[in-house]
Design a protein around this ligand. Structure first.
Ligand code: HEC
Length: 154
């Protein structure tokens, strides 16, 4: 009797699976997670840039080691970015501003992150000299804008 009930349940589950393909749900969930992951990574970079910008504008005072760590944090995230962006996410239902060019022009896209990393490390090295930091920040910011212009929807 128990066995029969189990078989009946299994049948129901299989039927439900046929109506709502389980794989499609899994794709949506994993694609959404991948989108959220890369957005968090970018938000971390954005937050660090905002804090550095606050210092550059003279709106907040920060000790040199903190400034250097913010820049190094951007460098670290730049290193982690290719792996975070690699999964294609056609089934994502959460908002994304990444265009399909990210994956069709993958080598161009991913190749920009080492440049971002170099620019962020140059900024870390410039800490202690606000003039040099300004130039390094400007250069770093150009990296952000160039990639966003190319690979994000407006
Ligand atoms: C090599 C390309 C590239 C570089 C360089 C880059 N980004 Fe991004 N960024 C992207 C893409 C693509 C997205 C869209 C991600 C998505 O919505 O799935 C994005 C999204 C963002 C977002 C929005 C995240 C969200 O929650 O929607 C912020 C903030 C951001 N980037 C900041 C920066 C800053 C600051 C820099 C420079 C220090 C930078 N990015 C450099 C490609 C890049």
């Amino acid at each position: 009797m128990k066995k029969l009930l189990f078989a009946g349940l299994l049948g129901t589950i299989i039927t439900a699976g046929a109506t709502f393909p389980m794989t499609a749900q899994a794709d949506e969930a994993s694609d959404n997670a991948a989108v959220e992951n890369r957005k968090m990574l970018m938000d971390g970079i954005g937050g660090a840039m905002g804090t550095l910008g606050c210092y550059m504008k003279g709106e907040c005072t920060l000790p040199d080691p903190v400034l250097a760590n913010l820049a190094k944090g951007i460098a670290f995230s730049a290193g982690a970015a290719p792996a975070a962006f690699e999964p294609q996410t056609p089934d994502a239902t959460v908002k994304t501003t990444a265009t399909a060019d990210v994956w069709t022009d993958w080598d161009d896209f991913a190749g920009r992150f080492p440049e971002l990393q170099t620019a962020a490390l140059a900024l870390a090295d410039a800490v202690g000299d606000k003039g040099a930091m300004g130039a390094a920040m400007g250069n770093l910011g150009k990296n952000c804008k160039a990639c966003h212009d190319e690979f994000r929807t407006k």
